[in-house]
Design a protein around this ligand. Structure first.
Ligand SMILES: *[C@@H]1O[C@H](CO)[C@@H](O)[C@H](O)[C@H]1NC(C)=O
Ligand SMILES: *[C@@H]1O[C@H](CO)[C@@H](O)[C@H](O)[C@H]1NC(C)=O
Ligand SMILES: *[C@@H]1O[C@H](CO)[C@@H](O)[C@H](O)[C@H]1NC(C)=O
Ligand SMILES: *[C@@H]1O[C@H](CO)[C@@H](O)[C@H](O)[C@H]1NC(C)=O
Ligand SMILES: *[C@@H]1O[C@H](CO)[C@@H](O)[C@H](O)[C@H]1NC(C)=O
Ligand SMILES: *[C@@H]1O[C@H](CO)[C@@H](O)[C@H](O)[C@H]1NC(C)=O
Ligand SMILES: *[C@@H]1O[C@H](CO)[C@@H](O)[C@H](O)[C@H]1NC(C)=O
Ligand SMILES: *[C@@H]1O[C@H](CO)[C@@H](O)[C@H](O)[C@H]1NC(C)=O
Length: 410
């Protein structure tokens, strides 16, 4: 019901990024009302954080929180503007449900989180957007998590009871929303966590953190339906995009990734209440100097026993990627599991097509499936990867891939 309303108002010209961006800039400068691009005219009310006491070089935690309250309560579509300047900001919760038929946060400024972990007050996310429909995050601004201090303190690789530091963004229980333009920089932990969302698109989003910054996954998606990540550049210290349990209809397209650990489905199977993963398309992506290319990873020796099916990886360019094509059902980082009992995750209907470029190792294709539930219906088609000028080899265990064109045999 709702999506009809916002489409007819034309508030979200979803694919017209530049038009929307230009409009936002014009309105933040000039006007209170916006003549929308569609045939229907709607008012859009502007909430500039300057009117809420937000000043350049000041702390805008309260200004943004108060602007959100008013924008959320607005009866016409609303836009919160954060003009170009530097700001500091503590933890903010941007929570719905909102009365506003749509709500946009347009950021041109550079917003910095406290570098001191204690000042994040144990929050799991620095900027959390929750229970909102038709939300847009836009602009050329930067959200700088100021992670280096937290990275030094991070001992989560060997301390199971470590305190996980704060992620830059949480998009939780939001629908029909659009994230574009802005940059997520140096998050203390994951950059973006997408949980329980429906119909969310990322486009022209940017993520940057140094290689070696711990746990700084780019975009993690969990328990969601219809998430698209497009035209996005991700350089970070951990997975670029990771797709957890309970997801369906996920598309990753024209994403360039590196440094980082690559694009991953999983890890899965660590917990026993996980939901299946069905329908993932990863296409036209480029990975450069990453540890992995495209990967499916599941834990052995754990209770998780879900179905993972219909995963398609195609038109992928690898530049010096250590493990370009990999299914790893013995994923067990830091020896936190028992490899003796095989993974119970059932993987089926997977294809790797048109994968080309250079591998950082001779074994460019590694399909290590579970001895308990071997992989079913895995297709290799046109895998053209080289290591030091020679074609890569393939290693398979409990998998019999169908080679439908040019690929290394197991
Ligand atoms: C999002 O969509 C789901 C499924 O249709 C619905 O249950 C939920 O209430 C919606 N949330 C919001 C904030 O509109
Ligand atoms: C996301 O993109 C898909 C197609 O790529 C489109 O059908 C959908 O309407 C978009 N959703 C939003 C919220 O922009
Ligand atoms: C998949 O999700 C996209 C939004 O990203 C949506 O436009 C499309 O209709 C969905 N397709 C199915 C089959 O649910
Ligand atoms: C692919 O993504 C890049 C940003 O990483 C963008 O500059 C380029 O225009 C995108 N290509 C298309 C066809 O959208
Ligand atoms: C495919 O990826 C290449 C390289 O990243 C990019 O230049 C091109 O625009 C992409 N095409 C589409 C249709 O996204
Ligand atoms: C290849 O990647 C590795 C890291 O995986 C890096 O150490 C090395 O410098 C890269 N080589 C080139 C030529 O970029
Ligand atoms: C795998 O694909 C086959 C053939 O397209 C289909 O019959 C089967 O239902 C699929 N399996 C799953 C688990 O989706
Ligand atoms: C494989 O890639 C090499 C170098 O990128 C290229 O010269 C060759 O034609 C490709 N082979 C096929 C079968 O696509």
């Amino acid at each position: 019901m709702y999506s009809k309303t916002y489409q007819s108002r034309g508030v979200h010209p979803r694919e017209k990024v530049t038009t929307d961006e230009k409009m936002s800039i014009i309105i933040t400068r000039w006007a209170f009302f916006l003549l929308l691009a569609s045939s229907v005219t709607a008012q859009r009310k502007i909430f500039n954080i300057g009117s809420y006491g937000g000043r350049p070089n000041g702390d805008i935690t309260q200004a943004l929180t108060n602007a959100w309250k008013d924008a959320c309560a607005s009866i016409v579509p609303s836009l919160i503007a954060v003009p170009k300047a530097n700001y500091n900001m503590g933890v903010v919760l941007l929570k719905g449900p909102c009365k506003a038929p749509s709500i946009e946060l347009h950021v041109e400024g550079v917003i910095r989180a406290p570098s001191n972990v204690a000042q994040m007050k144990g929050a799991s996310q620095w900027v959390q957007v929750a229970y909102v429909n038709a939300f847009t995050l836009s602009g050329n601004g930067v959200f700088d998590g100021q992670g280096p201090v937290a990275w030094k303190q991070n001992d989560c690789t060997h301390n199971k009871k470590c305190n996980w530091p704060t992620m830059n963004f949480g998009f939780n229980f939001i629908n029909n929303s659009y994230i574009m333009g802005v940059t997520s920089k140096d998050s203390k932990n994951f950059h973006v966590n997408v949980i329980s969302c429906h119909n969310i698109n990322f486009s022209g989003f940017k993520i940057s953190a140094p290689e070696g910054s711990p746990n700084t996954d780019g975009i993690h998606i969990g328990r969601s339906k219809g998430v698209t990540v497009k035209n996005t550049r991700i350089g970070t210290g951990d997975d670029c995009v990771s797709i957890g349990d309970g997801n369906s209809n996920i598309t990753v397209e024209n994403v360039s990734c590196g440094p980082g650990h690559g694009i991953s489905v999983g890890s899965l199977g660590r917990y026993n209440n996980e939901a299946p993963v069905v329908g993932v398309i990863i296409k036209n992506c480029t990975l450069t100097n990453t540890m992995n290319g495209v990967r499916i990873k599941t834990w052995p020796g754990t209770p998780g026993a879900i179905q993972v099916s219909n995963l398609h990886f195609e038109d992928i360019v690898m530049n010096n990627v250590s493990n370009p094509v990999i299914i790893d059902q013995e994923y067990c980082p830091w020896n936190q599991c028992n490899k003796k009992s095989p993974s119970k995750i059932r993987i089926s209907n997977v294809s790797f097509k048109n994968i080309r470029g250079t591998s950082g190792t001779a074994e460019g294709v590694s399909l290590i499936c579970s001895a308990g539930v071997p992989c079913q219906n895995v297709e290799l088609n046109n895998i053209n990867l080289t290591f030091k000028g020679a074609k890569v080899t393939a290693k398979c265990s409990h998998a019999r891939p169908r080679i439908t064109a040019n690929a290394p045999a197991c």
